[in-house]
Design a protein around this ligand. Structure first.
Ligand code: AMP
Length: 210
């Protein structure tokens, strides 16, 4: 089963990806994570991507599509894969359809008014866990592994606003794209706990696999 996870920044794609990965063993491919690893490693792709990421804009399609294509065609994909943060516009979705078969698009729908607070209050751990400052009670280390938490560089108000605009203009049309293919499942990502939201996604994945 190959899934596309769709949702605005702060919708909870990473959190749901972790639940899905644990239960279904799908390979999690997050383009944002790949770019951040390249930035950390000082690679040419990282150097190019940084200016776009800092501005809340999309990294050029040729670079991004090539990266994902290479990962899908040359990496392991076991029970299938889950794309988190790709595609992010119609061009990328059409390219993806040329080199992969997508079964389902899980669209995590969250009202825009919630996104800014969710992202600006987000604290990350290198183990993949993420938290919100309002629930940390002042803690500065990860409850799962003890490592120090950090704030993503692009999780600041100016960049977040640009990222949300980029999402609205370029990524949101993918909802229609996948609906037209009969592959869209939308879940309300603004109500309930992460576990509740996963329960709704899980029910759909089970239904699909039957
Ligand atoms: P994310 O971790 O998914 O929030 O992505 C962080 C940033 O990486 C985005 O704001 C973009 O600048 C860049 N990025 C991630 N995925 C893509 C993509 N599919 N196409 C272009 N840029 C991307």
């Amino acid at each position: 089963m190959n899934i596309v996870l769709l949702g605005a920044p702060g919708a909870g794609k990473g959190t749901q990806a972790a639940f899905i990965q644990e239960k279904y063993g799908l390979v999690h491919i997050a383009t944002g994570d790949i770019f951040r690893a390249n930035i950390k490693g000082g690679t040419p792709i990282g150097k190019l991507a940084k200016s776009y990421i800092d501005a809340g804009k999309l990294v050029p399609d040729e670079v991004t599509c090539e990266l994902v294509k290479d990962r899908l065609l040359n990496g392991s994909s076991g029970n299938g894969f889950m794309l988190d943060g790709f595609p992010r516009n119609i061009f990328q979705a059409r390219e993806l359809d040329k080199f992969a078969d997508i079964d389902l698009c899980v669209n995590i729908d969250v009202d825009k008014s919630l996104l800014m607070d969710r992202i600006c209050g987000r604290r990350m751990c290198s183990c993949g866990a993420s938290y919100h400052v309002s629930t940390l009670g002042g803690a500065t280390t990860c409850a799962k592994c003890g490592k120090p938490l950090y704030r993503r560089e692009d999780d600041n108000p100016a960049t977040v606003e640009a990222r949300i605009n980029t999402y609205t203009q370029q990524t949101a049309p993918l909802v229609e794209y996948y609906a037209a293919q009969g592959k869209l499942f939308t879940v309300d990502g603004g109500a309930g706990s992460p576990a509740d939201i996963f329960a709704a996604i899980d029910a759909e994945l089970k239904r699909y696999l039957k």
